[in-house]
Design a binder for this molecule. Sequence first.
Ligand code: ZN
Length: 304
Amino acid sequence: MSIQRFLTFCAVALAIAPLAAQAKVRIVVTVTDLGAIAQEVAGDNGAVTVLARPTQDPHFVDARPNLMIDLNRADALVLIGADLEVGWLPVLLRGARNEKILSGQPGYIDASSFVPLKEVPTAKIERSMGDIHPSGNPHITTDPTNAPLIARGLAERLATIDVANAAVYRANAEKFAAATNARIATWKAALAPYKGTPAITYHRSWIYFTDFAGLEEAGTVEPKPGIPPNAKHVADLIALIRVRHIPLVLQESWYGSATSEIVARETGAKLVVVPGMAREGQPYLEHIDEVVKATVAALASKKT
Ligand SMILES: [Zn+2]
């Protein structure tokens, strides 16, 4: 294509874009959990695009240029925040040149601002020291009680971006909250027999889930968030699991499971590998249901 034809193509594309935006609010989210929640809230009024694949560790996503195109066209950006996406989202935002979704604008929607954040350090932690949770624990969507808070916060923001449909967004959020609360009652009942059970996780990403589930996060395979396991740490962890009879090692499928398999084999703990985020197109509540069921099945198999 000649440069003139390309520029003409761009001009036509830009002329069409506002018409399309009127039809649906273009919502770009960083991860599938947020995509699933955003779709519940936006309903037919929103078109949701997810930047990270559900199989990617959301701390480390390739900043591919095509993601800038999605961001360039967005009316709203929903991110987890708390530095989860700090390694890749800022560069995409700079490339996207879309003022509507810059920090401080109504279209920049930070989900971590809607929930009580856990493990916020009292002293400053430098990311350069290796810990990738310097602003608190960003894995907020592993606790389903956070989902209605995120949905309601998102509905209020969409209500300011698309005023005509404000009532729809709020009603959708309440419907999702009610559905979530109904499932929470079922999950709590299934988890109740294991209250107080210690568990090991690979990354310190399940703290919201373990608190919800009534489990104790007794240790992690990674010595620090983002630091790969080493022999000394793994030996200490195996000793801890043996002494405390810890029955469960839980991890996301985006991490290699070789170390966790060794830990499980050496101790007899049950290794559970689950998707860390909703699968593509999977409703959020179905994803949590999968995690709860896998956890309960493992704990039930270990109960003596
Ligand atoms: Zn993390």
